[in-house]
Design a protein around this ligand. Structure first.
Ligand code: SAM
Length: 224
């Protein structure tokens, strides 16, 4: 089963193709836009010792330096070229708390409840089925675990929303969708959004912190 999935990924790199082809340019272009936000969000999580963390679509590993070495981080990505750069960074820095695996975010090859934290940065509007990706994240995250998503979501503001949505055909050529709404992505997935914010007033990106409600009783709005 696992080898079949790997075979499919190898044969059809679909939406990760552009990242495979431009992996050598990725850090040069995006580190200045993404790194600071990713680092501050991970640091603020105060991940405890021995926590198991999964990062979905880890790319070239812009986030690696932010994870404390006392936790165990698994990073997955569909593009081997992006992963190779992440592996190189981990190797050069002697970071032993990472395992980096080629895997499809829509078919995570992990058992249920395997992780305490699941993070994903700038990926959910890249995959063809964002709801499926969140369902997979929900499945592999333990009950009460934390899910952290950073992404651009289409604003609900009357003029700006349709305007940005109209750019969708162009952004799709660049490998991501400008039309994804937050509510659309989280539809029917039992993740409770506990906090959503932007790290600066004009940022295009929203940070979403959610709790996995799987198997957890909610009484009077409180989780027990
Ligand atoms: C915009 S990059 C973000 C990379 C990294 N998270 C960051 O913030 O720099 C999107 C990443 O998602 C990966 N990706 C696209 N589709 C995927 C899929 N179905 N499964 C896993 N990774 C995927 C791409 O290969 C790429 O590395």
């Amino acid at each position: 089963m696992i080898s079949e999935l790997k075979e499919v990924s190898r044969r059809s790199p679909h939406e990760s193709k552009i990242y495979s082809e431009f992996s050598h340019l990725y850090d040069k272009i995006f580190s200045r836009f993404f790194c600071e936000r990713i680092n501050s969000v991970i640091t603020d999580l105060n991940i405890p010792p021995k926590a198991k963390v999964l990062e979905v679509g880890i790319g070239t590993g812009l986030s690696l330096a932010a994870y404390p070495p006392h936790c165990e981080v698994t990073g997955v990505d569909l593009a081997p070229e992006m992963l190779e750069r992440a592996r190189q960074k981990a190797g050069e820095n002697g970071w032993r708390h990472f395992r980096l695996l080629e895997m499809d975010a829509l078919n995570l090859e992990f058992p249920d409840n395997a992780f305490d934290y699941v993070t994903s940065f700038h990926v959910i509007s890249v995959v063809p089925d964002p709801v499926r990706m969140l369902q997979e994240i929900h499945r592999v995250c333990r009950p009460g675990g934390t899910v952290v998503i950073i992404n651009h979501f289409r604003t609900t503001k009357p003029v700006l929303g349709p305007l940005i949505g109209a750019l969708d055909p162009v952004t799709r050529l660049l490998g991501w969708s400008a039309s994804l709404r937050l509510s659309q992505a989280f539809t029917g997935v039992p993740l409770r959004i506990e906090k959503r914010f932007k790290t600066s007033p004009f940022s295009l990106f929203t940070v979403v912190l959610a709790r996995n409600l799987k198997g957890i009783e909610v009484r009077n709005g409180a989780v027990h």
